[in-house]
Write a protein that binds this ligand. Structure first.
Ligand SMILES: [Zn+2]
Length: 332
C-alpha cells in the first residue's frame, strides 16, 4: 500500500469487503509468521476488532455472522438475510444497487454457502439450498464467482452469462456474469493459491465502470481447514486470501477512491500457537475445538474513511459504518 489516500476524510466511491471465513487473530498470526513475517493485510493502519456473537448463540455460525455484516442486524444462527422473527431484511447489495452501485460476490465456497448467501438471499435456514439458489434470480448481483454447486442448472438459469475463463471476466461487457472456479482446493499448487486473487482482480475490472461498485470477496476454506484442525491448510488458505487482499489494495492505490475492509466472520478451531520458528517457516499449532469460537476477530481497513473502522464494536456495526462513510441512510 502507498497510503496516499488512506484515512482521507471524504466519501469513497467503491467498497471492497473481504471476509476470511474463520480467519481469526491466531490464524492471521500463524500466516504472517509462516510467511517471513509479512502479509499485505498486516501492513494496514486502520485496525479494529469485532464481537461476533449471534442473536441466539454465544458462538456464531457463518449464516448469523454473514447476515449481521450484510444487513446490520444480528440474527439467529442458520438464518440467511432474515431477522430473529424470520422476516426478510435488506442487505448491502440490495441497498447499494438502489443507489446505483454495481454489486458482486466472489467466494471459494459454493455461491449458496452461508456467507455469500447472506449478501443476496433471504431464507430462514442455510440448509434451504435450492431456495437460496432461486433467490439468485431476483438478486441485484451483476457478478458472482464461486465453486460449482449441486444446483448449477438452477443458477445458470438465473440470467447470468456464464464465463468459462476467469481471465476474460475483466473485459466482459455482459450485463450479468458468473463463473465457476475449476480447480479443487485439495492440492497446494500455485494456481490454487492464486485463484482467489485472480478472481478478485478480474471481478474488480468487470465491476469498475463510471458507476460505483460494491464487491464482497470471501476466502471460505480457512474455516474448512480450521474445522479439520489442519494448520497447513489454514495457513495456505489464509495466504491465498492475503493475495486477494493484495489485489484489492493494488486497485485501491490505482483508483484512489476505494475503501477496502477486511475482516472475518468468526474464529474456527480455537487455535493457539505455543511455539514455532519464523526462519524455518514452522508453526506449532494446538486446536482446542473442531467448531467455531466466540473470540473477537480483527477488522483491517484501507482507503478513504478507513479510520471509521478502528475500535472495538459489534459485527453488525460494519454495515452501519459502511453506509455512514457512503453517507447513505436506511431505516432498519
Ligand atoms: Zn465453519
Amino acid at each position: 500500500p502507498n497510503f496516499k489516500v488512506d484515512q482521507a476524510k471524504r466519501v469513497p466511491k467503491n467498497i471492497i469487503l473481504m471476509i476470511g471465513d474463520g480467519n481469526g487473530l491466531t490464524q492471521i498470526s500463524s500466516t504472517v509468521l509462516a510467511n517471513n513475517g509479512e502479509l499485505s493485510l498486516t501492513q494496514l493502519n486502520s485496525i479494529g476488532f469485532i464481537k461476533t456473537q449471534s442473536a441466539d448463540d454465544f458462538t456464531t455460525d457463518s449464516a448469523g455472522a454473514g447476515t449481521a455484516i450484510a444487513t446490520g442486524q444480528k440474527t439467529n444462527n442458520r438464518a440467511i438475510g432474515t431477522n430473529k422473527k424470520g422476516a426478510t431484511i435488506l442487505n448491502l447489495t440490495e441497498i447499494l444497487s438502489e443507489k446505483g452501485f454495481y454489486t458482486g460476490v466472489i467466494t471459494t465456497d459454493e455461491i449458496t454457502g452461508a456467507t455469500p448467501s447472506s449478501f443476496y438471499a433471504h431464507r430462514t435456514d442455510r440448509g434451504m439450498v435450492a431456495e437460496i439458489a432461486s433467490d439468485l434470480k431476483i438478486s441485484k448481483l451483476k457478478l458472482f464467482i464461486s465453486q460449482p454447486t449441486k444446483t448449477v442448472k438452477h443458477i445458470e438459469d438465473a440470467g447470468f452469462v456464464m464465463k468459462t475463463d476467469i481471465n476474460t471476466i475483466g473485459a466482459s461487457v455482459d450485463e450479468k456474469i458468473g463463473a465457476w472456479f475449476n480447480h479443487s482446493n485439495e492440492n497446494v499448487t500455485e494456481s490454487n493459491v492464486q485463484k482467489l486473487a485472480l478472481a478478485t482482480k478480474n471481478g474488480i475490472s468487470y465491476l469498475n465502470k463510471e458507476k460505483p461498485f460494491f464487491l464482497m470477496v470471501e476466502g471460505a476454506k480457512i474455516d474448512s481447514y480450521g474445522h479439520a484442525n489442519d494448520i497447513k491448510g489454514v495457513v495456505t488458505e489464509s495466504i491465498s486470501f492475503d493475495r486477494a487482499v493484495s489485489e484489492a489494495i493494488k486497485f485501491a492505490d490505482e483508483d484512489g477512491n476505494t475503501l477496502v475492509v477486511i475482516t472475518a466472520d468468526h474464529e474456527t478451531g480455537g487455535l493457539t500457537i505455543p511455539q514455532g520458528n519464523v526462519v524455518r517457516h514452522e508453526i506449532e499449532a494446538d486446536f482446542t475445538t473442531h467448531d467455531h469460537t466466540g473470540t473477537m476477530v480483527p477488522v483491517f481497513a484501507y482507503g478513504p474513511m478507513s479510520q471509521e473502522f478502528q475500535g472495538v464494536y459489534e459485527n453488525n456495526e460494519i454495515f452501519d459504518k459502511l453506509l455512514k462513510v457512503l453517507k447513505i441512510s436506511v431505516k432498519k
